[in-house]
Design a protein around this ligand. Structure first.
Ligand code: NFS
Ligand code: SF4
Length: 672
C-alpha cells in the first residue's frame, strides 16, 4: 500500500460506528422513502428497515468471516483463545476459513453476473436461429466494434453472420476447455494487465470453470493456503468481469447504445392516473419487452379507465431501462418494498437478483400482483409466467394484462404516493461520453479528460457503484461520498444502486452542479457544454453509466485513460467506491477492480477481519502485486478523503514522471 500525504490514512478504518443506531428503524435518508414511511406510519407495516433492526446484533463470528459452514461437521467457529478452539474441527485456521468464505462470495457474484450474460447470449443465439422474433440487432455499429475487438472478421459480412461468430465466442467463454484466456476479457486488457494475469496465474479460461473450480478449491479438505485461495478468487473475479462485458456489449448490440436522455426519479413517478407496473431485477431481455408491450397496450389501459401504462424501474433493470428508454426510476434496492406501499402499483414484474422475497408478503396487503418470470426465480404465492424468448412480446403482454386487471381492483383509500421526484439526465455510455469529448478534441476525445487531470483542473475519475446495506442508513454513504468527491473536482460516473441514489436525490442533474461541484469541475463542464451546443440540457453532476453489469463501462473508461496516458491501469488516477456494498456481486466487482489495478473503497466491512493475513492481503499486499487495493472505511466522508488521497498519489506521480520524460525527451518511465 502506498504511503499517503495524510498520515492517518492507514490500512485500518477509522473508528466510525460499523452499525448506525442499531435499534433505530428509520434507516433511510432517501427523501421519497422517508415521505412514504411517514405516510403509512399508523399502519405498522413491516419493511426491511424493521427487519434490519431485528437482526441486530449480528453474529460476530460471521461478521469477521470466522464461521465455517462448508461441511456438516460444522458450523465451526474460530475463537481467539489458544489451543483446539482456535481452529475448525478439521484444523482449518482462521486465515483458511476467512479466505474460503470471502472467495465463495466472489463465486456467487460471478455466477450471478454471468447467468445474466448467458441469458443475453441465449437470446442473441435464438434470434439468429429465428426463434426470437421480437428481438433485433439495434446497433450494428456496436456489433462491428465488438467483433473487431474479438478479432472476428467484419469486412463485407452481414450483421447476422458477424453476430453468429460473436455469440460463438461468448459461448466458448463459458465452457472453454483449452488453456486460452477468456476472449471477452482478453479483448480489452492492457498489455500490462495481460502479462500480470498470466504471470500470477489468474487468467481465467472459462467462466463456468472459474466458478466451479473455486467451489471445488474451497470445499472441505481441499485448499487451505489463504494466498492460493485468494488468487483463485481473483481469477474468478476476472471471469466475472468477462461475463459483465458479455452482458453489457451484447445488450448494447441488441437494445442500443445508451445516449443522454432526460427522465425522472423517486417514488413520485408512480402516477395515480395510470396503470403502474414496476420492472424490477436486472436483465433488459425481459424489461425491454415489458416496455414494448406497455406501449402497445395503451388503449387497453385507457379502456380500463386509466390514462395509459406507466412502466417504472427498480434496481438495475431500472437502470437499463432508464438509459435506453428514459423510463422513470421509481426506487432502488433497500426501498423496493415501498413502491408497493404507494397502493398504486398494480404489478411488479421481476426476473433475477436483488428482489426481496418480502415484496410478495407486502403485495398481499394491497391489490398489487407480483409476477416472477425466470425458471430459477420463484416466490411462494406470486404468479409465475415463464418468460420465453420465442414468445417474448406475447408473454410481456400477459404481464401488462395482469397489471391492467389489477388496476381495476385498486383501492383508492389505500393510495398514498409521495410527491418526491426529480428530473435527471442519464444515459452516459462511454460512447456518449466520447461523443461529448470529441467536440473538444475530435482526434483523441479521451485526452480531454486526461489533460484536465494532468493540468490539475480535475483530481481524477471515480466510479461509484453498488447496493444499499442497512448497517447504515440507505443512500447516506452514496450521497456523502459523492458530495465530497465533486467538491474536490472529481469526475464521477455511477452504476447500479449508487445511480439509483443519485437519481432519487436529484443529484443526477445539471441543477446540482452549481451547488455541489468544485470550481475545477464546474469549469470543465462549462468547457464541454460550450463545445456541445446540441445537448438538450446541461451536464449532470454525476454521469449515469448503467447497471452493475455496466461497471464494465467504467473499466472501459479507465482503460481508455491508461492507453491515452501511456501507462498501465495502476497508474491512472481512477478509483472505485461502493459505500454501501451488500451483494455477492459487489464482492466480485470490488475484487476485479483491485486486480485491474484500481483503489476500491468499500463502506461496509466485508467479513475479513477474522484474519490479519487476509485483511492485510486485501488492503495492502494486493497493492504490491496488482497495483490496486481495498480501502475499507465506514465513515463516508473519511472514505472519500482516502479516495482523494489515492487519486492525488497517482496524479502526482504521473506528473512527476511525465515532466521528467519531457525534460529529457525520453519515453515515460514505467517502473514506479
Ligand atoms: Ni448491483 Fe443491481 Fe443494487 Fe447491489 Fe443489487 S440492484 S447488480 S447488486 S443492490 S447495486
Ligand atoms: Fe469445520 Fe473444517 Fe468442516 Fe469448516 S470444513 S465446517 S472448519 S470441519
Amino acid at each position: 500500500m502506498p504511503r499517503y500525504r495524510d498520515l492517518t490514512h492507514t490500512a485500518r478504518p477509522s473508528d466510525a460506528p460499523r452499525v448506525f443506531e442499531p435499534k433505530n428503524p428509520i434507516r433511510t435518508t432517501d427523501p421519497g422513502a422517508l415521505q412514504m414511511l411517514k405516510m403509512v406510519e399508523e399502519q405498522k407495516i413491516e419493511t426491511v428497515f424493521d427487519r434490519a433492526v431485528a437482526q441486530h446484533p449480528q453474529c460476530a463470528f460471521g461478521y469477521k468471516g470466522i464461521c465455517c459452514r462448508i461441511c456438516m461437521a460444522g458450523p465451526c467457529r474460530v475463537k481467539t483463545e489458544e489451543g483446539p478452539g482456535s481452529r475448525g474441527l478439521c484444523g482449518a485456521s482462521a486465515y483458511t476459513i476467512v479466505s474460503r468464505n470471502i472467495v465463495r462470495l466472489i463465486a456467487g457474484g460471478a455466477a450471478s453476473h454471468s447467468e445474466h450474460a448467458r441469458h443475453v447470449l441465449h437470446t442473441a443465439h435464438a434470434m439468429l436461429e429465428g426463434h426470437a422474433p421480437d428481438y433485433k440487432i439495434e446497433s450494428p455499429a456496436k456489433l462491428q466494434k465488438l467483433a473487431q475487438d474479438l478479432g472476428i472478421a467484419t469486412l463485407d459480412r452481414a450483421d447476422a453472420d458477424i453476430l453468429r461468430d460473436v455469440v460463438e465466442v461468448g459461448y466458448a467463454d463459458f465452457g472453454r476447455y483449452q488453456d486460452r484466456p477468456l476472449a471477452f476479457l482478453d479483448s480489452f486488457l492492457t498489455e500490462g494487465r495481460r502479462k500480470k494475469f498470466l504471470a500470477t496465474n489468474i487468467m481465467p479460461t472459462a467462466i463456468d470453470k472459474s466458478v466451479t473450480e473455486l467451489i471445488a478449491q474451497t470445499a472441505m479438505g481441499v485448499d487451505s493456503d489463504p494466498v492460493n485461495i485468494i488468487f483463485g478468487g481473483l481469477k474468478c473475479s476476472l471471469a466475472d468481469l468477462g461475463g459483465e462485458y458479455i452482458g453489457t456489449k451484447l445488450s448494447d448490440v441488441m437494445f442500443g447504445i445508451p445516449q443522454p436522455i432526460v427522465s425522472e426519479a423517486n417514488l413520485g413517478v408512480i402516477n395515480e392516473k395510470m396503470v403502474n407496473i414496476a420492472a424490477h431485477g436486472h436483465n433488459p431481455v425481459l424489461s425491454e419487452m415489458i416496455v414494448a408491450a406497455a406501449r402497445a397496450m395503451k388503449d387497453d389501459a385507457i379502456a380500463a379507465g386509466a390514462e395509459g401504462v406507466n412502466v417504472v424501474g427498480i434496481c438495475c433493470t431500472g437502470n437499463e431501462l432508464l438509459m435506453r428508454e428514459g423510463v422513470y426510476m421509481a426506487t432502488s434496492s433497500a426501498s423496493q418494498e415501498l413502491a408497493i406501499l404507494t397502493g398504486a402499483l398494480d404489478a411488479m414484474v421481476v426476473d433475477i437478483q436483488c428482489i426481496y422475497p418480502a415484496v410478495q408478503t407486502l403485495a398481499e396487503c394491497y391489490h398489487t400482483k407480483v409476477i416472477t418470470t425466470e425458471a430459477i426465480m420463484k416466490i411462494p404465492n406470486a404468479q409465475h409466467i415463464a418468460f420465453n424468448t420465442a414468445t417474448a412480446l406475447e408473454d410481456a403482454k400477459k404481464v401488462i394484462g395482469i397489471a391492467i386487471k389489477a388496476f381495476k381492483n385498486r383501492d383508492p383509500k389505500k393510495v398514498n404516493i409521495p410527491s418526491e421526484k426529480h428530473s435527471i439526465v442519464a444515459g452516459f455510455s462511454v460512447e456518449a461520453l466520447m461523443e461529448i469529448f470529441s467536440k473538444v478534441n475530435p482526434d483523441r476525445p479521451i485526452s480531454v479528460l486526461t489533460d484536465a487531470i494532468l493540468s490539475g483542473q480535475l483530481k481524477g475519475v471515480v466510479l461509484m457503484a453498488g447496493c444499499n446495506n442497512l448497517r447504515r442508513p440507505q443512500d447516506e454513504g452514496h450521497v456523502a461520498v459523492l458530495k465530497e468527491l465533486v467538491k474536490n473536482d472529481v469526475f464521477v460516473v455511477s452504476t447500479g444502486c449508487s445511480s439509483g441514489a443519485y437519481a432519487k436525490f436529484g443529484l443526477m442533474s445539471p441543477l446540482a452542479v452549481e451547488e455541489y461541484a468544485g470550481e475545477g469541475l464546474k469549469s470543465f463542464f462549462k468547457m464541454l457544454e460550450a463545445a456541445n451546443p446540441q445537448l438538450a440540457t446541461g451536464l449532470p453532476l454525476v454521469f449515469h453509466c448503467g447497471s452493475c453489469v455496466d461497471n464494465s463501462r467504467g473499466m472501459d473508461l479507465a482503460i481508455a485513460m491508461a492507453n491515452e496516458l501511456g501507462v498501465d491501469t495502476p497508474k491512472v488516477p481512477f478509483a472505485a467506491s461502493a459505500p454501501e456494498a451488500m451483494h455477492e456481486k459487489a464482492v466480485a466487482i470490488g475484487s476485479w477492480c483491485v486486480t485491474m489495478g484500481l483503489p476500491c473503497h468499500v463502506g461496509s466491512m466485508p467479513p475479513v477481519e477474522g484474519s490479519d493475513l487476509v485483511y492485510g492481503v486485501t488492503t495492502q499486499i494486493a497493492h504490491d502485486v496488482f497495483g490496486g487495493n481495498f480501502i475499507l472505511e465506514m465513515d463516508p466522508v473519511i472514505g472519500a478523503r482516502k479516495i482523494l488521497d489515492a487519486l492525488e498519489y497517482r496524479s502526482w506521480k504521473l506528473n512527476v514522471h511525465r515532466k521528467a520524460a519531457e525534460k529529457f525527451e525520453t519515453s515515460l518511465a514505467q517502473g514506479w
